[in-house]
Design a protein around this ligand. Structure first.
Ligand SMILES: [Zn+2]
Length: 397
């Protein structure tokens, strides 16, 4: 019965590019039997299936903004600046040009636009890879970071910095923790709920830019072999996990992998961080908040290529899908961008990377938040998107 239900779901969902039906069912089986989160109990499977199908049939149309919609607040998004004082180059595959120097001018342009907006955004989300890994090779990491951070000083509003793989090519985790890229001081503390305070073992926090809207910044390199001491238990655990899924000599190569996201330039979420995320989402559900999650790595296959996902993206989805409060998940890393709304109504948005944006274009956006939707106003190669919130009734499992 359970497998039949999963088959129904799988057949109706558009299958992710990177998985066969069997693999996806295996993953879904795992997700729906994660008892710890106890969101979907065995005797609720058919109810869940019906609710899921109802939700899919009942999805609101992506309408247009009407004048009567009242904007509550807005925020900026930008990803993969990857600045370096280098001539233009190409990505690893040699099919995308990278504008290392011009990325700083793109950032300046974005900041000027955000500062000029009539309703100033409340903050900007920087989705990681702020400077390129090449800086380490030329011993220019600190100088380049300073240049980019000085540019960010022109911004009139706070910026929340996410950490990506290029942060760890340049700096150790300890260095980042003590650097200006650590914006945890902007976090919110929920009185009387110590379970919602993040541990120091990962770089994650939450904040409230507007009443009833909570933003959560996740550490997608919490499990990673980058930037951590090789003698540390976290490194050992991460390397074991990586090698179990990737037998290649070159651990950055996804060649022949059934789960191609298990490469060295990606990372994952520890159980400790996922437990914390679960606590925050539990609080947000109770408090009837809308939640936006931010991470360098995407977690939904339909919105990404199969290689660029977080190692254990299914674990993150399992937590998110067991709550009703999450409306949007923003990520970077893929450079080409991507978008998909999952069957639970969570909008997964991957922001196009600045580094691969030609000088005559742009790559940043402003997300305008309304009571019933968010609207991404993209600039340059970032498309506009209207993201309606899911209907509450459809998700009371
Ligand atoms: Zn990246």
């Amino acid at each position: 019965m359970f497998v039949a239900a999963l088959f129904t779901i799988v057949k109706l969902w558009k299958l992710p590019r990177c998985l066969t039906t069997g693999e996806w069912i295996k993953k879904m089986w795992y997700i729906y039997t994660v008892e710890f989160y106890s969101a979907i109990k065995k005797n609720e499977i058919m109810l869940f299936t019906e609710t899921c199908l109802e939700a899919m049939a009942d999805k609101p149309n992506p309408g247009t903004l009407s004048d009567s919609s009242e904007q509550l607040f807005s925020f900026g998004v930008i990803a993969d600046i990857q600045y370096a004082d280098l001539e233009d180059g190409y990505n690893f595959q040699g099919n995308r040009k990278r504008y290392y120097r011009h990325s700083l001018l793109h950032l300046q342009g974005a900041i000027e636009d955000w500062n000029k907006e009539g309703n100033t955004p409340c903050c900007v989300l920087q989705l990681g890879d702020i400077i390129d890994g090449y800086n380490a090779q030329y011993k220019a990491s600190e100088k380049s970071l300073e240049l980019v951070m000085n540019t960010f000083k022109m911004l009139k509003v706070p910026v929340h910095h996410t950490w990506g793989n290029h942060e760890f090519y340049n700096f150790s985790r300890d260095y980042l923790t003590n650097s200006k890229l650590n914006t945890k001081f902007l976090e919110d503390r929920i009185a009387c709920h110590p379970e919602t305070i993040p541990s120091e073992n990962y770089y994650a926090y939450h904040f409230v830019p507007f009443p009833k809207f909570r933003f959560i910044l996740l550490d997608a390199y919490d499990l990673s072999v980058l930037g951590v001491d090789q003698s540390s238990p976290k490194y050992q655990q991460s390397m074991k996990m990586l090698r179990e899924h990737n037998p290649n000599m070159e651990l950055n190569s996804p060649q022949g992998l059934s789960e191609p996201q298990f490469v060295q330039f990606n990372g994952g979420f520890s159980q400790e961080q996922l437990n914390w995320l679960n606590e925050i989402l539990t609080f947000s559900d109770t408090n009837q908040e809308k939640v936006v999650i931010v991470s360098h790595l995407p977690i939904y296959p339909e919105a990404s290529d199969s290689v660029c996902l977080a190692w254990n993206y299914t674990d993150a989805l399992a937590v998110i899908w067991s709550h009703k409060c999450v409306v949007c998940f923003f990520a970077g890393h893929t450079h080409d961008g991507g978008y998909s709304e999952d069957p639970f109504g969570v909008h997964h948005v991957n922001i196009e990377g600045v580094i691969e944006t030609a000088p005559d274009s742009q790559a940043f956006g402003t997300v305008h938040v309304y009571p019933d939707k968010m609207m991404l106003k993209g600039r340059g190669r970032i498309p506009d998107r209207i993201m309606n919130y899911k209907k509450e009734k459809a998700f009371h499992l």
